[in-house]
Design a protein around this ligand. Structure first.
Ligand code: PRP
Ligand code: URA
Length: 210
């Protein structure tokens, strides 16, 4: 087990993920479950955010409470499947900024091909959480994080739903400074670079394109 891998083993996450894995689960339910899961994953991935004290006057009395402090959050979605996680995360932290990196995996070479990149400025002053449901060969995630580091980000986390052992090893080897959060690490990759047992092609299952 990689030292910077956190498995999010919450019963609700595991239950919802099991339904998502079922090939009979329709697109509408898959998308809804991914949105629900993103809130639970977001809760875990943000649990070390710093707090600062603040005085607030309630209708009853003045008190000293806590609010988020320090660096602002930025979620960066690896298109297209990352958007299935992004929407719920933005509900959880409405003040967060969002960025998008468009990458698809060439079906022959399995190498990531970039087609879009738009991120907020001042990434160096933000905690950046890169999101994509699937970490398979890790080619996409490694390339995305390289690009995001190149844009100035210093503090980065990577959040996914299902990873392969090969993907976790490759990603942690390439970006040892980036903690990885996943709901599951499955058995292996198949010859086509799909996670086994996995849940199939996340983008196709979210958007019904197959
Ligand atoms: C999927 C997934 C990841 C990538 C993972 O995207 O959402 O981005 O594959 O594979 P890797 O770890 O081997 O790089 P895909 O390329 O199918 O694009 P899509 O989201 O546009 O469907
Ligand atoms: N991309 C996916 O969407 N699923 C996999 O299993 C591998 C890559």
């Amino acid at each position: 087990m990689q030292p910077n891998l956190t498995i999010i083993d919450h019963p609700l996450v595991q239950h919802k993920l099991t339904i998502m894995r079922d090939k009979e689960t329709p697109t509408s339910q898959f998308r809804q479950l991914l949105r629900e899961i993103s809130l639970l994953l977001g809760y875990e991935v943000t649990k070390d955010l710093a707090l600062e004290p603040i005085d607030v006057e309630t209708p009853v009395e003045k008190g000293n409470f806590r609010r988020l402090a320090g660096k602002k959050l930025c979620f960066i979605s690896i298109l297209r499947a990352g958007n299935g996680l992004l929407e719920g995360l933005l509900d959880l932290v409405p003040s967060a900024r969002a960025g998008h990196i468009g990458l698809y995996r060439d079906p022959e070479t399995l190498q990531p091909v970039e087609y879009y990149f738009k991120v907020p400025h001042s990434l160096s002053e933000r905690t950046v959480i890169v999101v994509d449901p699937m970490l398979a060969t890790a080619g996409s995630a490694i390339a995305a994080v390289e690009r995001i580091k190149g844009a100035g980000a210093k503090e980065i986390k990577f959040l996914c739903l299902v990873a392969s052992p090969e993907g976790v090893e490759a990603f942690c080897g390439a970006h040892a400074d980036v903690p990885v959060f996943s709901a599951a690490v499955d058995d292996r990759l198949n010859d086509h670079g799909y996670i086994v047992p996995g849940l199939g092609d996340a983008g196709d299952r979210i958007y019904g394109t197959k």
